[in-house]
Ligand binder design. Structure first.
Ligand SMILES: [Zn+2]
Length: 163
């Protein structure tokens, strides 16, 4: 895959190994299918796992604690969260957590940071891919990594209409 941007050659090599054109195509089609709600899932060392976004369920249950619904938030189902927590030390570890942002652009939001960190440190040592999806296409996706105390943009992947 041709990246629009990567922070350095090492990251490019790492991603070439990890993200195949086919898996990114699959993730983009999941993002389009979920539109206008957010999709979420995991990119493992080998393969991907699409996850269930239970944000609407939480929002209906308790809109005060969970003011966001699935158009602007995501929460993994208990099963997926358990998979993630048990997977970390496995031989096929999760490397990237992905989720889509319908219509608002691919950035790592304050909410995203809050969910990824505990006490200022990442809960899981994974990168985060945010997909910029609109009604009929994926514009691009952006990969963020925790570096020196904050999430930094380390790569931009082309959208589904880019050659
Ligand atoms: Zn987000």
């Amino acid at each position: 895959m041709k990246y629009i941007y990567t922070i350095d050659l090492k990251v490019t090599q790492e991603l070439n190994y990890l993200i195949s054109g086919d898996s990114i195509k699959e993730i983009y089609s999941l993002a389009l299918d979920s539109y206008p709600t957010e999709c979420c899932g995991l990119i493992l060392k080998r393969g991907i796992r699409s996850c269930e976004n239970v944000q609407d369920y939480l929002h209906r249950l308790d809109p005060v604690t969970h003011p966001r619904n699935s158009t602007n938030g995501f929460t993994f189902s208990a099963q997926d969260a358990l998979f993630l927590s048990r997977n970390v030390d496995s031989t096929n570890p999760v490397k990237i957590i992905y989720h889509s942002h319908p219509d608002v652009g691919a950035y790592f939001s304050d909410e995203d940071k809050q969910n990824a960190l505990f006490d200022g440190e990442p809960i899981y040592s994974v990168d985060h891919l945010v997909i910029d999806v609109q009604s009929s296409s994926v514009i691009c996706s952006k990969l963020f990594r925790f570096i020196n105390g904050d999430y930094e943009l380390i790569a931009v992947l082309p959208g589904n209409n880019d050659k």
